[in-house]
Write a protein of this length. Structure first.
Length: 113
């Protein structure tokens, strides 16, 4: 339970720094503020010393899992962004299917409010 709580704290404090690379790969910041760790959510592995020593899910894996659950994929560019930043495509849009979601940049360029 301690690592889950630390993962929640890490996401809460530094969630903006957690980035989706591609597929199931994410980068998560070190709690010490120096460097990033590569996390593979599908394989449930992390490059941090805690994971390498214990071989069990660490706070970085939990933080990346939270970030993944709270993000969605832009139908315009494919980028994963926080769900609250996505803009829904409305009826009458000729480029995207109604109900699709766009990141802020694609929403502006395609004039979706």
């Amino acid at each position: 339970m301690a690592r889950e709580r630390r993962g929640i704290t890490l996401y809460r404090d530094r969630g903006e720094e957690i980035e989706h690379l591609r597929g199931s790969l994410w980068t998560v910041p070190s709690c010490s503020g120096e460097g990033l760790y590569l996390v593979d959510l599908h394989a449930e592995i992390c490059g941090c010393p805690d994971f390498e020593r214990r071989g069990e899910n660490c706070k970085h894996i939990y933080a990346a899992a939270i970030a993944s659950a709270k993000s969605g994929q832009c139908v315009g560019c494919g980028k994963k962004v926080r769900r609250r930043e996505l803009r829904q495509v409305g009826a009458g849009n000729l480029t995207f299917v109604e109900g699709g979601e766009l990141c802020p940049q694609c929403a502006v360029s395609h004039r979706v409010a």
